[in-house]
Design a protein around this ligand. Structure first.
Ligand code: FES
Ligand code: FES
Length: 132
């Protein structure tokens, strides 16, 4: 039997920032082929900080809880600091994850990094287009 911490149950039952963001500045996705779970993270950026963040996830309760905690940890952080959020940070903030669910924390970290990298790419493209 898998036993979850109260924090995991709280974020699974009441996920934070779980909505689509059609006017996001960037989005990033990540899927785990071994279990089929998939996550997309949306960000709005102001002064190099994550002003708004949301997500949509298709997956198990641990992936919902880890996605929610990723959004909570990243909100308000600078892009550089958000890039440094690790799987361990998410697991710690959730008061632990059962061994079989540790890999779920990778979804949030990877999707967030993809969103930030896509944001940087979009900026670079815009700068290139403006200089032409
Ligand atoms: Fe991944 Fe439940 S959806 S194990
Ligand atoms: Fe694979 Fe949750 S079971 S991400």
């Amino acid at each position: 039997m898998i036993i979850y911490s109260e924090k995991v149950i709280e974020h699974f039952m009441c996920p934070q920032n779980a909505y689509s963001m059609p006017d996001a500045d960037a989005e990033g996705s990540f899927g785990d082929p071994s279990c089929g779970d998939a996550l997309t993270i949306f960000i709005k950026v102001q002064d190099n900080c994550i002003k708004e963040i949301s997500f949509l996830v298709f997956g198990c309760c641990a992936s919902i809880a880890t996605s929610s905690m990723t959004s909570v940890l990243a909100k308000g952080k600078s892009l550089d600091d958000a890039l440094k959020i690790s799987e361990e940070d998410i697991i710690k903030a959730l008061d632990g994850l059962p061994e079989a669910k540790v890999h779920c924390s990778n979804l949030g970290v990877s999707a967030l990094r993809n969103a930030i990298n896509n944001y940087y790419e979009a900026i670079k493209t815009r700068i290139k287009e403006d200089s032409q």
